[in-house]
Design a binder for this molecule. Structure first.
Ligand code: CMC
Length: 376
């Protein structure tokens, strides 16, 4: 009889060559390359190529991959109309989930899962998703849509479509770094969801739709919005101590802290901290960074002994705010990047598939009587 492990904690349920995590030492590598190297030297496009191919591209391979991605910035015919007929008060994560699903209806052969075909469908979603989010945001604000510009990188183009003007090099690079840092992370919940769905030999759109749904939860990608809400609730740095201590006394979770795998500071949080500090200075949001830093110091004093440290969501909140993103776009940003990682896992799963079908331990009654309805 196999042992029941709640939350599958510590269970190895897949093999991957994409990312390696040492939670005790706070190490994250993509295909063996330390995350800090990639965030300092790579681009999101190159990082996705790395994750999908398990090696860095040559110049011409990168150019070709980038060009294929840029060809997918424009939405298929009919999709723009779908996005602009949604309720304007819909949450962007619900919009993204529904529209990723809808993309399957705009593909003449949505169910193809041969590796090269599946890969092309992943590229479709990776290219289309930023346009979906930017179009929806402008539509709900009553602004004219800004069509994508294929001369721009993934990061530049998204910010351009959102704001109607080309981002500064600093903003575009900051956003690109966020995309690199969020691209993959072992068998996290949404990646597991994608792998579980594709393991039935369903289709890429279904697997990515399920993954978006998983990511929005506050214990997963939704935590970055929770961090920002908490920062907004705290009037000033002087109020941080009482606010955090109050939460800890009530046994409330502090969003952006703790991780199922890391028992040290998440290396992505360290990278984002530097970025958040710089952007906060550049954009006059020093107070936001100061509050975040004060929270981290209190958490270090109070709960570090339990292995609770900042995770990727903690400083990404300040970073996204300084880039000018609205609160409910924070989790969609995580998704735009993670589509790269989910896709790599879908391809890995298809390449050597085994249906996921664990068992449940039955803990109910046996031989129970069937009582007729009028006697219950
Ligand atoms: N604030 C305060 N205490 C915490 C926190 C936190 N954020 N996280 C864990 N703890 C405490 C928890 O109360 C428990 O204490 P005790 O043993 O005294 O009851 C202990 O640490 C173990 O916590 P757990 O919830 O059993 O641990 P887990 O492995 O299930 O939790 C987690 C992982 C991410 C769900 C949890 O840390 C959490 O809810 N964090 C806040 C949400 C968050 O930031 N999520 C983003 C995760 S990283 C990005 C991603 O993967 O999406």
């Amino acid at each position: 009889m196999s042992e029941f492990v709640k939350g599958l904690e510590g269970i190895v349920a897949a093999q991957t060559e994409m990312s390696y995590i040492d939670g005790e030492k706070g190490v994250l590598e993509y295909v063996g390359i330390p995350i800090g190297e990639l965030s300092a030297k790579s681009t999101f496009e190159e990082t996705v190529f790395l994750l999908w191919n398990k090696r860095l591209p040559t110049r011409s391979e990168l150019d070709e991959f980038t060009s294929e991605l840029r060809q997918r910035y424009e939405l298929p015919a009919g999709m723009e109309q779908r996005v602009t007929s949604l309720p304007t008060n819909a949450e962007p994560m619900h919009v993204l989930r529904t529209m990723v699903s809808a993309l399957g209806m705009h593909d003449a052969q949505p169910n193809e899962i041969e590796l090269d075909r599946a890969r092309r469908k992943c590229l479709n979603v990776l290219g289309h998703a930023p346009t979906i989010v930017a179009y929806f945001d402008r539509y709900r604000r009553g602004l004219p849509l800004i069509h994508p510009d294929r001369s721009l990188s993934f990061a530049e183009n998204f910010l351009y479509m959102l704001n109607g003007e080309k981002p500064t090099a600093t903003m575009a690079r900051a956003f690109d770094i966020c995309m690199i840092l969020h691209a993959d992370h072992g068998l996290n919940n949404s990646t597991f969801a994608a792998r579980v769905i594709i393991s039935t030999l369903s289709d890429v759109y279904s697997a990515l739709t399920g993954a978006v749904g998983s990511l929005r939860g506050p214990l997963h990608g939704g935590a970055n919005e929770g961090v920002m809400k908490m920062l907004n609730e705290i009037p000033s740095v002087a109020d941080v101590e009482s606010h955090v201590m109050g939460k800890l006394e009530r046994k409330d979770k502090i969003m952006g802290f703790g991780h199922r795998v890391y028992k040290a500071k998440d290396p992505r949080a360290s990278d984002l901290q530097g970025l958040a500090e710089q952007l906060a200075k550049d954009t006059g949001n020093e107070d936001l960074y100061a509050k975040s830093h004060a929270i981290e110091q209190i958490m270090e004093r109070e709960v570090a002994a339990k292995g609770i440290y900042p995770n990727v969501d903690f400083y990404s909140a300040t970073t996204y705010h300084c880039i000018g993103l609205k609160l409910d776009l924070f989790t969609p940003m995580f998704a735009l990047s993670r589509i790269g990682g989910w896709s790599g896992h879908i391809i890995e799963q298809l390449d050597g598939n085994r249906l996921f079908r664990p068992k449940a331990e039955y803990i109910g009654a046996h031989n129970a009587p069937y009582t007729p309805i009028d006697q219950r």
